[in-house]
Ligand binder design. Structure first.
Ligand SMILES: Nc1nc2c([nH]c(=O)n2[C@H]2C[C@H](O)[C@@H](COP(=O)(O)OP(=O)(O)OP(=O)(O)O)O2)c(=O)[nH]1
Ligand SMILES: [Mg+2]
Length: 316
């Protein structure tokens, strides 16, 4: 069986770093002649040696390959990918500060690119979820129940810059939901927020919104990823995450990580299970459920993309 073969094939453990400069551009490198997949582009890094942690390997590889010393880095995402002839597990980090000027020490070409233009280069196939992670913010804001359009509009400037904003108004019918979305969209987008709708996917293009969010029930019923720029889904465990990944979703929301006031009685995953599921998901995962914004850094230590929340973003 093909899946049994791939599961039993040894995994090459790799650490890779996404250097982010002050303009938000990311560094990519072209694999030099003589290496596997020569000519394709990647994030600098290489194989983790016996006895090394991923972070130690990252420090060593970035020093060897591009001559820099890391000063600040944080986990970004973990990925397992099956190439036909080998299997790799990538431990990816965002590198936010370093000493030295990056230069190709192995005669490899380097390029600084924006997360949007990165796919103009032929990037290694395993890296698609890394690119999704680089394109997404760490904050995913859900609107609180029964918020009026006026109070929503006045609160928008206080939301984190570039956050995703899901308009979640279960009490409205589709017509009233669309009316509210149309009235909020221009102001939200002018502030740099990305607006996520959770009704029929067609509404996203019709109103000029940025993304679509599937509830977990909706995700179960889908046969294919709707044709919208960005697709996110609510999940509560391994099944939902697997489905979101298989359908080609850009990210998932996973919860409840801990007890939450907005969904009392919903099943709680706990930190270690959320961490395990996130690191096996192969796509960016936001954590939801009882989390506050000051927990963002610790959530990201578990390779989560960030936090999705209602209460954390809207002062009572
Ligand atoms: N560095 C890096 N490797 C990646 C990425 N995506 C991806 O599939 N890989 C794969 C390609 C390789 O099979 C493996 C990395 O191994 P490597 O050949 O770069 O290892 P290395 O730097 O230690 O080089 P070497 O001296 O052992 O040849 O991971 C990526 O974005 N960055
Ligand atoms: Mg390498």
């Amino acid at each position: 069986m093909a899946s049994a073969t791939s599961a039993s094939r040894p995994c090459i453990e790799v650490a890779a770093g996404c250097l982010i400069d002050t303009q938000g551009r990311v560094l990519i490198a072209q694999r030099p002649i003589g290496k596997i997949a020569a000519g394709q582009w990647e994030f600098p890094g290489g194989k983790i040696e016996a006895g090394e942690s991923a972070y130690e390997a990252l420090r060593r590889e970035l020093h060897e390959e591009i001559g820099i010393d890391i000063e600040a880095a944080q986990p970004l995402i973990r990925i397992v990918h099956d190439y036909s002839e080998r299997r790799v597990r990538l431990d990816c980090w965002k590198v936010l500060r370093w000493r030295g000027e990056p230069a190709g020490r192995e005669a490899q070409a380097l390029a600084w690119v924006t997360p949007q233009t990165i796919t103009d280069y032929p990037i290694l196939a395993a890296d698609a979820p890394i690119i999704s992670a680089l394109r997404l913010p760490s904050d995913y804001v859900f609107t609180p129940p029964r918020m009026t359009p006026a109070s929503l509009l006045s609160a928008l400037p206080r939301l984190p810059a570039a956050a995703l904003l899901r308009l979640r108004f279960p009490e409205l019918d589709d017509h009233d939901y669309a009316t509210l979305a149309a009235s909020v969209l221009p102001a939200a987008q002018a502030l740099g927020l990305r607006v996520v709708l959770d009704r029929a996917p067609e509404m996203v293009a019709r109103l000029g919104a940025d993304a679509w969010h599937a509830t977990d029930a909706c995700l179960r019923d889908l046969d294919e990823r709707p044709d919208v720029p960005l697709c996110l889904a609510s999940t509560h465990g391994a099944d939902g995450l697997r489905r979101a990944r298989a359908l080609g979703f850009d990210a998932a929301v996973l919860g409840s990580v801990s007890a939450t006031l907005s969904h009392p009685g919903s099943a709680v995953l706990g930190l270690s299970e959320a961490s395990r599921l996130t690191q096996a998901a192969n796509l960016p995962v936001y954590w939801i459920g009882g989390l506050q914004r000051d927990q963002l850094a610790s959530v990201q230590q578990h390779y989560a993309q960030g936090i999705a929340a209602i209460r954390a973003y809207w002062p009572a």
